[in-house]
Design a protein around this ligand. Structure first.
Ligand SMILES: [Zn+2]
Length: 396
């Protein structure tokens, strides 16, 4: 049985190899071809908004370094099974907004949760979204109105985008392979302030650059989806931008005119691009990542047989009990404004006798595309998850 090398990535989302292609092909000789369609849309806010990602920011955005995008790659296998990968240059989707989008996709396009990967690149230079991070920033009523308007429009835009991608599906071939690049640094195990004098860095890391290539019947590149397990935290300023993944997508779309490049964030909650904090570095890392993808696109890649299966479940994860009133009163004295704001809001809810959640329905999703396994996990996942899953499901 032929085993192929693992791809990694994550929505936080990674891609793993599970079965051999031969075994799957035997059971489906009539399989003809994949179909795929892509759509993309600028989602840069038209007005100034608070930028999500850093508590230290003290005012709204000032400008735009480059546009933020939402992109959709719709796929259909030889049996007509469908799914859609949606990527967005945003920090992340708050659960309520994610549910709203996926409910609307179910109503309008008859897509189940399992068929939709809704991912964000985790750029720290995108807008704050509805009902997330409200404690972090000093938001007034007008700020919240703008956030809610933007978020509601985003729901409609993403649903329309997915519809557009499905309407444009045509026969394609899909290939996968892993590239590599190494600008990520484990931010828990290395001190960024002494990085220049370090002669070796401590892991763990996941250096894989998983690449999914979609080629039309003319042999032209229609779409390339690629990932990397590293925080988009090069930039901490006040301009909208997709950070290094934004630069990587721009670079690839310039290199392959007509193709759509979609970035998905890997299991990099504990990985930072270091050094960081300049536009030049964000551009450099974007080019490095794009170069890793281009190398893979130009070499032999593994073709996937046109068979798709999807699954999704939510695991009820119990939370620690909430702090007591006394503890919250103490936390409310914290010198950090956002900690104080959070504690005050919790006290306010307690006063109104609102109940606190005691568990969280954690989403876990797996797609099997031919012999390629794609794992999508909610939230921010540290690199050990990708490493462990690769050890369980594939050979490294
Ligand atoms: Zn993060």
């Amino acid at each position: 049985m032929k085993r192929t090398k693992v791809i990694s990535a994550f929505s936080i989302f990674f891609v793993l190899t599970l079965f051999s292609a031969d075994a799957l092909c035997d059971t489906n000789e009539k399989a003809s071809t994949w179909k795929a369609g892509v759509a993309r849309m600028v989602i840069t806010p038209e007005q100034s908004m608070w930028l999500a990602g850093y508590a230290a920011r003290d005012h709204q955005s000032e400008g735009t370094l480059h546009d933020l995008w939402a992109k959709a790659l719709a796929i259909e296998d030889a049996e007509g099974n469908q799914a859609v990968l949606i990527t967005t240059d945003l920090l992340g989707f708050p659960k309520a907004l994610s549910d709203q989008i996926r409910d609307q996709l179910e109503t309008e396009l008859k897509l189940s949760r399992a068929q939709i990967i809704l991912s964000s690149t985790h750029t720290h230079s995108g807008p704050v979204l509805k009902d997330a991070l409200y404690d972090i920033y000093p938001l007034d009523e007008q700020h919240i109105n703008i956030i809610e308007q933007y978020s509601n429009k985003l729901v409609d835009q993403i649903v329309a985008l997915a519809g557009e991608a499905f309407r444009s599906i045509e026969p394609v071939q899909i290939y996968v392979h892993n590239g590599v690049t190494r600008f990520q640094v484990n931010r828990r195990n290395n001190d960024a302030s002494t990085l220049n004098s370090l002669t070796e860095l401590k892991g763990p890391n996941d250096h894989a650059v998983p690449v999914i290539k979609v080629v039309d019947t003319q042999g032209d590149l229609m779409a390339v989806a690629f990932g990397y397990a590293c925080h988009p935290t090069v930039l901490d300023g006040y301009d909208y931008s997709g950070d290094y993944p934004g630069f990587a997508q721009i670079e690839l779309e310039e290199s392959y005119p007509g193709a759509t490049a979609l970035f998905f964030m890997g299991a990099g909650a504990d990985q930072n691009p270091l050094p960081r904090l300049t536009v030049g570095l964000a551009r450099q890392y974007g080019k490095e990542l794009a170069a890793a993808v281009e190398r893979v696109l130009e070499e032999d890649m593994r073709e996937l047989s046109p068979q798709l299966s999807v699954s999704y479940s939510e695991i009820e994860l119990p939370l620690n009990p909430p702090p007591s009133k006394e503890e919250l009163l103490e936390i409310a004295q914290d010198s950090l404004t956002y900690i104080k704001r959070w504690a005050d809001n919790m006290l306010d809810k307690m006063e109104k006798e609102e109940s606190f959640i005691s568990s969280y329905p954690y989403p876990l999703q797996v797609w099997q595309m031919g012999d390629q396994m794609v794992v999508n996990m909610g939230g921010e996942v540290v690199v050990e998850y990708a490493i462990k899953l690769k050890q369980i499901f594939a050979f490294l």
